[in-house]
Every structure is written in structure tokens, then in C-alpha cells.
Design a protein around this ligand. Structure first.
Ligand code: ADP
Ligand code: MG
Length: 138
């Protein structure tokens, strides 16, 4: 539910949390992850894409901007929008169409564009003394 918050104590729990999200994300869901560098966005993404059955390595697509992973349940799209300044750039990447086709799209640093994707999820990740705090904003 929006407003729900959770403390995740280590990296493996962060992955497990990501995996547990899958059951809540309908086909073609779009998930925005907001949080500073090191907040655990990519770790959560790794858990989620592994839960789709992808067995390879999932890393931060900072330089590629976008990475498409084939999974037994359909494509998983992973975007790092850190350097994206205008929603226009996302449209040029054809993100709308790709996300409609993908089983799941995960967008790091994309909170500015969350409003352009009706029905999308938004999670905020923060450093905490005991690990990372994750709050569902929408
Ligand atoms: P981001 O993608 O937000 O920059 P990463 O997922 O790359 O962050 O994580 C940065 C570091 O934080 C990694 O070394 C990872 O192992 C660690 N980490 C991730 N989640 C947690 C957690 N819940 N508690 C402690 N460390 C974590
Ligand atoms: Mg990252």
C-alpha cells in the first residue's frame, strides 16, 4: 500500500524483498525506484529480475541507459535515468512502447517521469543505520 515502509537489513534481504515484489506486479507493470547512489536500487532490481527466472548478471545500466533481459516470463526492462533530463529522452528511447511489451520495467532515478506512467509504482529507498529503508510512495 502507498505509505508502507520497511527496513531491510542487508544485501541478501534487499534481493529477497525485490523478489517478493514480483507477485504484486501485474504483467507490464512499471516500477520507479527513487533514492541516492548506493540506496540499493540495483540490488532490489537484481532480486526482481532473478525472480523472473533470469540467471545471468544484472548490473547498473548507467552507461547503457537501458538493458533488456530476456526471462522465461517475458522481457524485463531495466533503465537508469540518472542522466536523463527531459521526459522527451525517454520517449526517444521508445520507453512507452517497450514497457507495454515487457513483463516488467524498472526505472532507477526516474521519479521525475513517474507521473507520465499511469498505474506505475514508485518506491523510495534510503540509507538507514540498520540497512536501507524502503517506502512505497505510489
Ligand atoms: P544503487 O543502485 O541505489 O546505487 P546498489 O543496489 O548498487 O545501489 O547498492 C549499493 C550497495 O549497497 C551495494 O554494495 C549493496 O550490496 C548494498 N546494499 C543494498 N541493499 C542493502 C541493504 N538493505 N542493507 C545494506 N546494504 C545494502
Ligand atoms: Mg544503481
Amino acid at each position: 500500500q502507498p505509505g508502507d515502509t520497511l527496513l531491510i537489513e542487508d544485501e541478501s534481504a534487499q534481493r529477497a524483498f525485490g523478489a517478493s515484489l514480483l507477485a504484486h506486479l501485474a504483467p507490464h507493470a512499471v516500477l520507479f525506484l527513487e533514492g541516492e547512489l548506493g540506496a540499493g536500487k540495483t540490488t532490489l532490481t537484481q532480486g526482481l529480475i532473478a525472480a523472473l527466472g533470469f540467471e545471468g548478471l544484472v548490473s547498473s545500466p548507467t552507461y547503457a541507459l537501458m538493458q533488456l533481459y530476456p526471462t522465461p516470463q517475458g522481457a524485463a526492462l531495466h533503465v537508469d535515468a540518472y542522466r536523463v533530463q527531459h521526459a522527451q529522452e525517454l520517449y526517444e528511447m521508445d520507453l512507452e512502447r517497450l514497457s507495454e511489451e515487457a513483463r516488467l520495467s524498472i526505472i532507477e532515478w526516474g521519479q521525475l517521469f513517474y507521473g507520465d506512467f499511469p498505474g506505475a509504482w514508485l518506491l523510495k529507498l534510503e540509507h538507514d543505520e540498520q540497512g536501507r529503508r524502503i517506502t512505497r510512495l505510489g
